[in-house]
Design a protein around this ligand. Structure first.
Ligand SMILES: Cc1ncc(COP(=O)(O)O)c(C=O)c1O
Length: 382
């Protein structure tokens, strides 16, 4: 088996710290082993701190990737005719709407063009005009990975609360990289993933389930995603499924690293490195898609210069330099590259290696820039 070593700078997965990889080499425990259960209790407590969860919330990790958390939140809150307002500003907002539809929701859309954040006034106005039989759930993506845009979740959640609706949030590309305060912002159902800013491989989906959400829980059509059954397993040790102890070790070690670094220091690292990359790109004549005030720190949507074959650039980065970046999705296919700086991938050295390689690949693709300009500007900024 030959697995190449990549520098992972796409939309996820991100690089994994060696100590997280080592944790996964520990002996397997059964899903009901008391020592594993003790570790799961600790994971719950660490997740509560990471989400900044209210005291009465349940915080666990679903077995599955981010989409399992997404579907779990919907499967436990939505049934035929549930009125959901879905904020769509890109590919993952569309996925939220798709899954809500599959569970029978009556959907109201509030959208922004791809590359822009939602204006909270548009959400407020849609809530007002939803009338007496109003919206029951507002669902939105915090960090839209397809466009590199940060949505103003705190303001949207305030509007939802004033309307008496629950707030469901996708924090897949924000948890651990951008400030998120579930208690302070009044969030009810939040899901994320392990492979981006949290620092473990893909395979689990941390979720937060508030007491307000629990009070409005629907009978869940999915056995695997039923949060009552999962709570009974995580808290009362009642068998539900054969949880992977290996994934729990990885998540536990990654969460420990987050607390060692400190949440605020971690957010600041993601902010600083994003700004450093932006400076380097600018010096190379490249720019980012979203306006400055709406940009993610975790995922950079870089505009492809006119005349450059975007796929050829990605291919050359991968084959010549073993660096992965992502392509644009949907209407942005061929128009942007998606450069992730998340978790262990968010580092000054990743940025300098990437900018150096990009300069050479871009020159071959017909976009010349002053030699060393990107690296020099990033080094000066960092
Ligand atoms: C914002 C967002 N939501 C949901 C998902 C789905 O997560 P997963 O691919 O881990 O199932 C992703 C994946 O990139 C994402 O970026």
């Amino acid at each position: 088996m030959h697995i190449p070593e990549r520098l992972l700078l796409g939309p996820g997965p991100s690089m994994i710290a060696p100590r997280v990889m080592r944790a996964m080499a520990s002996p397997v425990l059964s899903h009901l082993d008391p020592d594993l259960m003790t570790m799961m209790d600790d994971v719950r407590a660490r997740l509560a701190r990471l989400f900044q969860a209210p005291d009465d919330a349940l915080t666990i990790a679903m077995s599955g990737t981010g989409t399992s958390g997404m579907e779990a939140m919907i499967a436990n809150l939505v049934s035929d005719g549930t009125r959901v307002l879905v904020v769509t500003t890109g590919y993952f907002g569309d996925r939220l709407a798709d899954i809500c539809r599959r569970y029978g929701a009556t959907i109201t859309h509030v959208s922004a063009e791809w590359g822009r954040a939602i204006d909270p006034a548009a959400v407020k106005s849609a809530l007002r005009s939803s009338g007496t039989k109003g919206i029951e759930i507002v669902a939105a993506v915090h960090a839209e990975t397809s466009t590199g845009v940060l949505n103003p979740i705190e303001d949207i959640a305030t509007a939802a609360r004033e309307h008496g609706a629950l707030m469901l949030v996708d924090a897949v590309t924000s948890l651990g990289g951008h400030p998120l305060d579930a208690d302070g912002w009044g969030l009810d159902a939040v899901y994320s993933c392990t492979q981006k800013c949290v620092g473990a491989p893909s395979g689990m989906s941390p979720v937060l389930w508030s007491a307000r959400a629990r009070a409005k829980k629907e009978p869940c059509r999915s056995f695997y995603l039923d949060l009552d059954l999962l709570e009974a397993y995580w808290l009362q040790r009642k068998y539900h499924h054969t949880l992977s102890s290996t994934m729990i070790y990885a998540l536990h070690e990654a969460l420990t690293m987050i607390e060692e670094e400190g949440l605020e220091a971690r957010w600041e690292r993601h902010r600083r490195n994003h700004l450093t990359l932006a400076k380097g790109l600018e010096a190379m004549g490249l720019s980012l898609l979203p306006p400055e005030s709406e940009r993610l720190w975790t995922l950079n949507a870089v505009k492809v210069p006119p005349g450059v074959d975007e796929a050829a650039v990605r291919r050359a980065l991968l084959t010549k330099y073993s660096i992965e970046i992502g392509a644009g999705l949907g209407p942005l296919a061929g128009k942007i590259w998606r450069v992730g700086l998340m978790g262990a991938s968010s580092s000054p050295s990743s940025i300098l290696i990437f900018l150096g390689a990009l300069e050479h690949v871009l020159r071959d693709a017909g976009h010349a820039c002053p030699p060393g300009a990107g690296v020099a500007a990033a080094a000066a900024a960092g």
